[in-house]
Design a protein around this ligand. Structure first.
Ligand SMILES: [Zn+2]
Length: 199
């Protein structure tokens, strides 16, 4: 194998480690990049180098940005007294796409897990508790995944915040917008029934 081929193979191997890309799609992506070297590959390489050098976690909420304090934590208009707790930055992005939450976030960095020996100190839970104290938070919204570990984590945080005077809420679970009942699993239908409201 020539050096040039080896370099391209190495690039394909790196790309195939990305979530959602197997070796076959990585090969196609690299071929596309090679064909569009000027328009796509060079700007992409430059953007990746820049972000790799500057990306960091927000010291307050754990969001990813390029400054010590993220845009949301710096925005005074978002000091609404509400903190939305999410497991991962991907969940924060999902909430922001919804464009209806106007408060700030707290990214835990995972969930409690007895199986994987993940305790509160391994997550940003102590930091959340100190924020609730220091920022005079009125409401903590637990937007955690509806998994066993997600719900265990939600209960742990709710217990830890008991007696602080802060309201603790969770997102409703139920029928998705555009969803058809016939396609939902039993657990979702039960949750939707529990969270029913007057029309
Ligand atoms: Zn932040």
């Amino acid at each position: 194998m020539s050096d040039a081929t080896r370099d391209i193979e190495a690039l394909i191997a790196l790309m195939s480690r990305l979530p959602g890309l197997g070796p076959r799609s990585a090969r196609r992506a690299v071929l596309h990049l090679l064909k569009k070297r000027g328009q796509v590959m060079a700007p992409l390489a430059q953007a990746m180098a820049e972000v790799a050098a500057t990306a960091r976690e927000c010291v307050t909420c754990g969001n990813i940005g390029t400054t010590d304090l993220c845009d949301i934590c710096r925005d005074e208009r978002r000091a609404t007294g509400e903190i939305c707790v999410v497991e991962d930055v991907a969940d924060l992005w999902a909430m922001e796409r919804g464009q209806s939450f106007k408060g700030r976030y707290h990214v835990l960095g995972g969930t409690l897990s007895a199986l994987d020996a993940v305790g509160p100190e391994d997550l940003r839970i102590p930091k959340l508790l100190s924020r609730v104290r220091d920022e005079r938070v009125a409401e903590v919204i637990l937007a955690l995944n509806a998994t066993v570990d997600g719900q265990t984590t939600a209960h742990y945080i709710a217990d830890a915040l008991e007696g602080t005077g802060t309201r603790v809420t969770t997102l409703a679970q139920g029928v998705p917008i555009g969803g058809e009942l016939d396609y939902l699993d039993d657990g979702t239908i039960q949750a939707a029934l529990r969270a029913r409201k007057a029309v």
